[in-house]
Design a binder for this molecule. Structure first.
Ligand code: 13P
Ligand code: SF4
Length: 331
């Protein structure tokens, strides 16, 4: 029996699916019948990636949403990704699988705090990482992802004053590769902050030919020992285009599914996180991304809920910096 009250309390459709139902076949049928497109981030579970129409990094997912002619976009990822899609496609129905799929990085930058910070530095341009709420994007001049942050920053005059947030590690990385100084917000991602440098070095000692791959959300000491620092799509490109055979991967372990699929004869070792007392999960998984499951995808498509809703006023403000990013990424 459908109970909207329970869905709202839980943040997802908690309807039990009868065992006799072939979930995968039904998802495919509903997708065609409803003219829906299923987008998934590389960090989601393998089963979700496998059924998606398109799997990509944050930039590619936004580009895909912007160009789709589907009536419904189902975003298997985290909340800010659904918001980005809705801002780009305000007249389409944008669905996510679970409203609890947040992002610790987006949570590290509250829009009111950012507004006060901007007010105390009025001569600065504001560059925000895509891992932010719609309200933060609405305060920004341009949005970036880890794929295009360098290019976007280099599009500004050398002496332009810039506030960059919320990921401090990405900000420091961009400063180091561009030689610029920016005012950095002190935010971070709980998954990337926790990789253990000593365990990575230990792995490197046992696999001396392995290349260390790191996402720029990792702290500087990990970036320093890495052979490649790049976005999820950049790391994937590196493993497919190079002859190296063993990789230690310092980003969310969901990416290993695509890496292994594209390079079945290569070896991918997930970098281990530091053990932290009191943190339930001592793995390198983003618990928010793992809230995306096939049963939730089935229920979301069936009941067309949860939807992402953003006011027209907020959409109007937030779309400009996102469009600016998409324009700059084309050039
Ligand atoms: P990408 O932009 O590389 O997809 O990264 C998104 C993200 O959430 C990293 O933690
Ligand atoms: Fe956010 Fe980190 Fe999860 Fe990426 S891995 S979605 S930055 S919490």
């Amino acid at each position: 029996m459908m109970s909207k009250k329970s869905w709202i309390e839980k943040g997802y459709v908690d309807e039990l699916i009868p065992e006799a139902i072939d979930i995968v076949a039904e998802i495919r049928r509903m997708r065609t019948e409803k003219n829906a497109v299923i987008l998934a981030h590389y960090y989601t579970d393998a089963a979700v990636q496998d059924i998606a129409d398109f799997v990509g990094d944050s930039l590619a997912l936004a580009q895909k949403a912007a160009e789709t002619d589907a009536d419904i976009i189902v975003m298997c990822g985290v909340h800010f990704m659904g918001e980005t899609n809705k801002i780009l496609c305000p007249n389409k129905k944008v669905l996510v699988l679970d409203l609890n799929a947040g992002c610790s990085l987006a949570d590290s930058c509250n829009a009111d705090d950012l507004q006060r910070f901007i007010a105390s530095h009025p001569d600065h341009k504001v560059v925000s990482y895509v891992n932010t709420t719609a309200a933060v994007k609405a305060l920004s001049d341009v949005v970036v992802t880890s794929s295009n942050a360098r290019k976007v920053i280099e599009s500004f005059d050398k002496d332009e004053k810039i506030i960059f947030g919320p990921d401090k590690n990405l900000g420091e990385y961009i400063c180091s590769v561009t030689g610029r100084t920016m005012l950095l917000w002190n935010g971070g991602c709980h998954v990337h902050q926790r990789f253990s440098l000593s365990s990575i070095l230990e792995l490197k000692r046992s696999h001396p030919t392995a290349k260390i791959l790191a996402h720029p959300e990792c702290p500087a000491p990990i970036q320093k020992v890495a052979d490649v620092v790049a976005s999820t799509a950049g790391l994937l490109r590196y493993v497919t285009e190079n002859n190296d055979r063993i990789f230690i991967v310092a980003t969310e372990s969901g990416i290993l599914h695509k890496m292994r699929e594209e390079c079945p004869h290569k070896t991918f070792i997930p970098a281990p996180p530091e053990f932290t007392e009191g943190v339930g999960c001592s793995c390198n998984e983003c618990a928010f991304m793992k809230l995306n499951t096939l049963p939730k995808l089935y229920n979301t498509l069936k009941y067309e809920w949860p939807t992402i809703e953003i006011s027209s006023d907020m959409t109007e403000k937030a779309v400009k910096p996102i469009m600016r990013m998409l324009e700059l990424s084309k050039e």
